[in-house]
Design a protein around this ligand. Structure first.
Ligand SMILES: [Zn+2]
Length: 232
């Protein structure tokens, strides 16, 4: 069976070679989403202690785990764009694998995962939630459940892209609904694609902590655009 599958996939590869989303070159066997050269070119986010900058109100029990530095006109932007707007589901697997390589222990510690939600209208237009795709992969890999229905986006805000920090904060405040069932949990992992000002993560934390003040939250974010000027 394995042999037949291999022959079949080799033929498929020959007929329709899979191309790297970033550079357009043919990917070799076992590379997912983008080629090894492009994945090596992504810049790791190395300053870990961003919490004090994102969670200004001194929320406790929050940890932030970030994969890469977000840069415009770079491979990371192209990959995220392909995932978010072009339905390239392989990129979700690629990012989930990259994050799990780096945060394997942290992923094991959570009880389950929640994808940062998008509004049902946006979900309908786009056809999928890119963070939920990553969560699906992580649930399989770590043998955990998705509890994404516990968190919903109830207000369809205007796009955040042209707003400043304060406007973003006001834009997402009171946009989320949290199920009372979240009281059953003590530690959940929340998966997001990009951190820009942190307004979304702050709003989500606020709503969840309102229902379950003692819960521990670990955020796993693919890339951060937030300047990291470490505050002590
Ligand atoms: Zn490439």
């Amino acid at each position: 069976m394995g042999l037949i599958k291999n022959i079949f996939s080799s033929w498929l590869h020959f007929l329709a070679p899979e191309l790297c989303v970033n550079c357009g070159l043919e990917r070799i066997d076992r590379e997912v989403g983008c080629c090894i050269f492009c994945s090596d070119s992504l810049k790791s986010f190395s300053l870990e202690k961003l919490e004090s900058q994102v969670f200004l109100n001194g929320e406790t029990d929050i940890t932030l785990h970030i994969g890469f530095i977000f840069e415009k006109n770079n491979a990371i932007q192209i990959l995220l764009h392909a995932l978010k707007y072009q339905g390239n589901f392989h990129i979700a697997t690629f990012f989930a694998e990259q994050l799990s390589k780096r945060y394997y222990v942290e992923f094991q510690q959570v009880e389950g995962f929640i994808a940062v939600p998008i509004h049902v209208r946006k979900r309908f237009d786009r056809g999928y939630n890119q963070c939920a795709l990553m969560v699906n992969h992580l649930c399989q890999q770590f043998n955990k459940n998705s509890y994404s229905t516990l968190l919903q986006k109830v207000v369809n805000n205007a796009s955040q892209t042209k707003k400043n920090k304060e406007e973003r904060r006001l834009n997402v405040e009171n946009s989320y609904w949290v199920s009372p069932k979240i009281k059953q949990f003590s530690h959940l992992g929340i998966v997001e694609d990009v951190l820009t000002t942190g307004a979304t993560l702050r709003a989500i934390t606020q709503e969840i902590k309102r229902i379950n003040p003692t819960i521990k939250l670990s955020f796993f974010v693919v890339a951060s655009a937030l300047e990291c000027t470490k505050k002590s």
